[in-house]
Design a protein around this ligand. Structure first.
Ligand SMILES: [Zn+2]
Length: 130
């Protein structure tokens, strides 16, 4: 992974709106167009209405005109290894491939690299529907 994806995720984390959990998270996607799209978690006083960093980045990617995730970095300030939650794994899966790399970061850099197949084995996939 190039350093810029980690930097972009860390910068995005700095823009998180997390006054309730105080658990800022950032995500950065490099799409198939080579551009980087970022997102952060955005909480709400009505807690279930908040959302994670990954769908924020996916939304930015879609609005930017891209539809495929080449690689994605996720960072949380308070965790050495912040893995995407279950819902986000499904959301990332929609726009990625089993071999898409997911970089789990802390504030120093990438701590672990996994693939989507490792992160979401037996993913719900329309291929099984036919
Ligand atoms: Zn999530």
């Amino acid at each position: 992974m190039s350093h810029d994806l980690f930097e972009a995720a860390r910068d995005a984390m700095g823009k998180a709106y997390a006054p309730y959990s105080k658990f800022p998270v950032g995500a950065a996607i490099r799409a198939e167009d080579g551009r980087v799209y970022v997102g952060a978690n955005i909480e709400n006083l009505s807690f279930p209405q908040g959302w994670c960093a990954e769908p924020s980045a996916i939304s930015a990617m879609i609005m930017g005109g891209a539809h495929r995730i080449r690689e994605i970095a996720v960072i949380a300030e308070k965790l050495p290894l912040c893995t995407p939650c279950g819902g986000c794994r499904q959301k990332i899966s929609e726009f990625s491939s089993p071999d898409t790399r997911v970089y789990l970061c802390d504030d120093q850099g990438v701590q672990k690299t996994v693939t989507m197949a490792e992160l979401l084995p037996y993913a719900f996939d329309t291929d099984v529907i036919g």
